[in-house]
Design a protein around this ligand. Structure first.
Ligand code: SF4
Length: 237
């Protein structure tokens, strides 16, 4: 009798084909249905990543799998409000918050590369403080969920609800890719979901403090990130 194939036995090619098929099949599914598929398919090898801008995807995922792992990257440069949101999520929601940190503290990085590397070489700063720790933190997972939305910026307009993350060779799930800001606001209101207080203080997107500013009238949600620099993404997406 042929044994049931476990996720561990699936090759990257098989995972990639699975992700691309799911992306087509689930394009019109609800966010909760997409997360339920991810939970049913990957079990403990599935996690949610959160920047703690809000806890919408963490909340949805906890409905699909109570106690789900929620991975947060503590770059050492976060606003106090972001750390406070992380702590509140861990305290009140049925999720397992896992905090990842870079290999170097900010002081150690400053000693080796000089102060304010984020102003001089944000790509290197993001690579060391975001991309590398996430890559290492995701090694035990086969699939991860993000809060990416197509309406956030032109660079995110083609985000699939399920796709293949070639950089990390994992299945990448974006359950609210089709949502608008109005959908997010309605979900937050309906379920009393925790949000970062900075969203009520003029910020459209919340990242590291040195690289995030409030929005000006008419700007898209991510315009306040790396303002004045051509950089639009940290390298994770
Ligand atoms: Fe460094 Fe800015 Fe990237 Fe944060 S967002 S890791 S401070 S460059």
């Amino acid at each position: 009798m042929r044994a049931v194939q476990t996720q561990e036995q699936r090759t990257n090619d098989e995972l990639k084909a699975l992700a691309e098929q799911a992306g087509r099949d689930l394009e019109d599914a609800s966010a909760l249905e997409i997360l339920q598929w991810a939970v049913d398919t990957f079990g403990e090898r599935f996690c949610v990543t959160s920047s703690m801008e809000d806890a919408v995807v963490a909340h949805l995922a906890s409905r699909a799998r109570p106690g789900v792992d929620v991975v947060f990257l503590d770059t050492g440069y976060h606003f106090p409000e972001t750390i406070g949101t992380r702590d509140a999520v861990a305290a009140v929601m049925d999720v397992n918050v896992i905090t990842l940190t870079p290999r170097q503290t900010v002081a150690e990085q400053d000693a080796e590369f000089g102060a304010k590397l984020h102003d001089r070489n944000p790509d290197l700063c993001c690579a060391m403080r975001k991309v590398k720790p996430l890559e290492e933190g995701l090694t035990s997972y086969a699939a991860w969920a993000t809060g990416l939305r197509r309406d956030e910026s032109p660079t995110r307009a083609n985000t699939p609800v399920v796709g293949w993350d070639e950089k990390r060779r994992k299945v990448k799930v974006s359950p609210i890719a089709r949502w608008t800001q109005d959908d997010v606001d309605a979900y937050v209101l309906e379920h009393g979901v925790l949000t970062n207080p900075l969203l009520m203080d003029g910020y459209g997107s919340v990242g590291c403090a040195p690289c995030t500013r409030r929005l000006l009238e008419g700007e898209d949600a991510r315009a306040g990130r790396w303002s004045g620099n051509a950089k639009t993404e940290c390298g994770i997406h």
